[in-house]
Design a protein around this ligand. Structure first.
Ligand code: ADP
Length: 198
């Protein structure tokens, strides 16, 4: 089974393209979703997070208080690394399990929708790297308009990601999403043909 890495900056349209690939019949593994799943109530990572960052990162029901954790984990590099050392191995394990499930179901390719694919070097494990590309100002405009985010918040998050040049350099395929959503159809069709030819 081939692994197709799908990435792009926040607001570039990854989820939109992932949805189209799902419609074309490909299983999609969403990295953001994996990161949420490993800290669902009852997951082993939660006890480790409580031990590392304090019991009050969990509420009375045992659910993660994300804001409290963030206020302790994102204070410096050392604490951020501590957080990552707890969650990352579990995220990798769950990703491998989701890939194995897709393969067992007979998929010829799985789409790995991963915002930080290039930043974390996971692009090297992919058979094809697809970058959804949109100019920064248009991404800010879409996220403010469609998702109601504050422009300053969007710009701060964009600044934490790879710049577009670095991301494009890692791409095997670039999907240009500067135009209308309808302009994605032909590009996704070409991508499907490319995946089938792998
Ligand atoms: P990502 O998953 O990369 O953050 P999304 O697919 O959620 O991006 O797209 C960000 C927002 O922009 C969504 O509200 C989406 O509906 C909208 N969007 C995506 N592509 C286009 C487009 N070509 N034109 C206008 N809006 C778009």
């Amino acid at each position: 089974m081939k692994i197709i890495g799908l990435t792009g900056g926040i607001g570039s349209g990854k989820s939109t393209v992932a949805g189209m690939l799902a419609d074309a019949g490909y299983p999609v593994v969403d990295a953001d979703r994996l990161a949420r799943d490993v800290v669902e109530p009852g997951q082993p990572a939660l006890a480790e997070l409580a031990a590392a960052f304090g019991d009050d990162v969990l509420d009375d029901t045992g659910a993660l208080r994300r804001g409290v954790l963030a206020s302790r984990a994102f204070v410096d590099k050392q604490h951020t690394e501590l957080l990552n050392s707890i969650t990352h191995p579990r995220i990798q394990e769950l990703r491998r399990r989701r890939f194995a499930e897709a393969e067992a179901a007979g998929a010829e390719a799985v789409i790995y929708d991963m915002p930080l694919l290039v930043e974390q070097g996971a692009d090297r494990e992919c058979d094809l790297v697809v970058v959804v590309d949109v100019e920064v100002e248009e991404r800010v405009r879409r996220l403010v308009e469609h998702r109601g985010l504050a422009a300053a918040d969007v710009r701060r998050r964009i600044a934490q990601q790879s710049d577009d040049e670095t991301r494009r350099a890692a791409a095997d395929v670039i999907i240009d999403n500067n135009g209308a959503v309808s302009a994605l159809d032909a590009q996704v069709q070409d991508l499907v043909a490319r995946i089938q030819g792998l």
